[in-house]
Design a protein around this ligand. Structure first.
Ligand SMILES: Cc1ncc(COP(=O)(O)O)c(C=O)c1O
Length: 286
């Protein structure tokens, strides 16, 4: 059999080495996609329908429309296999939300990306089967390392979608005890009894550069800063803001459709913002 693998990419069958997708594909930018892998023996797929059904369920769960009918995907799977007809094959189907300028919440309707490849099914060696294999145990870290600025942002994409459905701009993640951790793409800070309070840096939050800048500005102007777990509804909580490179700090006036204090941008929030903007302006003058 020819060694040139043929891949299906968005309507075309092309040699694998020429099979590319756009750099703004959301699979690359956000891991905003789902996949299936199906075994094929002598041209017959094992449990094809079960894989297609799971593919459909995965797409529904992340609100990615199927790129075409499930029966058409089945045909494309077969056609991809026929171009790479290994006696024992594995066929990968990958679907992403599509290509769009990078933003958690893409604008307008996107055309999902559909990729299918067929390769030889790797088989365990007789030696491995005879000896068995060795496993280790690990604490489940899937996905509990928010301090890593990873491109595996599917949960953040879903959070932003949910916020948009509820006419909100951002969603804040809560821990098991309802402490506010951070937003989908922001850190969250509050004014409680006049102090700037934000969740401490640990594996549950990204160490935002802007969060640090807000803390620095507060310290330089003699505001008290507390890095500790905090909740909505704490007594003395008067203001909430979110921070990110694109926002500096942004006042949060409503949470879960309820006003924060009087529903107006907080005075200290806007003061901290002003200090930060002044620091940014000095860069323009340099
Ligand atoms: C999860 C998360 N938290 C916080 C932030 C804010 O980080 P920074 O202030 O460095 O932009 C971001 C920015 O993308 C983010 O994705």
């Amino acid at each position: 059999m020819s060694q040139t693998l043929i891949a299906y990419v968005n309507g075309d069958f092309i040699p694998l080495q020429n099979a590319t997708i756009h750099i703004e594909d959301r699979g690359f930018q956000f891991a905003d996609g789902i996949y299936e892998v199906i075994a094929c023996f002598g041209g017959t797929f094992l449990d094809l329908q079960a894989h297609l059904n799971r593919l459909q369920r995965s797409c529904e769960a992340v609100r990615i429309p199927l790129p075409c009918a499930l029966s058409e995907i089945a045909t494309l799977v077969l056609q991809t296999y026929e171009r790479n007809p290994y006696s024992d094959a594995m066929v990968y189907i990958q679907i992403t939300r599509g290509v769009a300028p990078r933003s958690h919440l893409p604008q307008g309707e996107l055309k999902p990306t559909l990729i299918i490849t067929s390769r030889q099914l790797p088989k365990p060696t007789d030696a491995k089967l005879a000896s068995g294999v060795h496993a280790i145990t690990l604490k489940d870290i899937r996905w509990k390392h928010c301090e890593i600025k990873s491109i595996a942002l599917l949960a953040s994409v879903l959070g932003k979608q949910e916020a948009a459905l509820q006419q909100a701009d951002e969603a804040f993640w809560l821990d098991e005890e309802d402490h506010i951790l951070e937003g989908c793409a922001t850190n969250v800070l509050a004014i409680i009894h006049g102090a700037l309070v934000t969740h401490p840096l640990d594996h549950q939050v990204l160490g935002g550069i802007t969060r640090d800048m807000a803390i620095r500005a507060a310290c330089e102007h003699s505001l008290t800063v507390e890095e500790r777990a905090w909740k909505l509804g704490e007594t003395g909580l008067t203001e909430i803001m979110m921070s990110s490179t694109t926002n500096a700090v942004m006042p949060i006036c409503f949470i879960n459709h309820q006003a924060v204090a009087d529903g107006e941008p907080g005075v200290l929030t806007m003061q901290i913002r002003k200090w930060m903007i002044e620091a940014m302006d000095t860069l323009r003058r340099e």
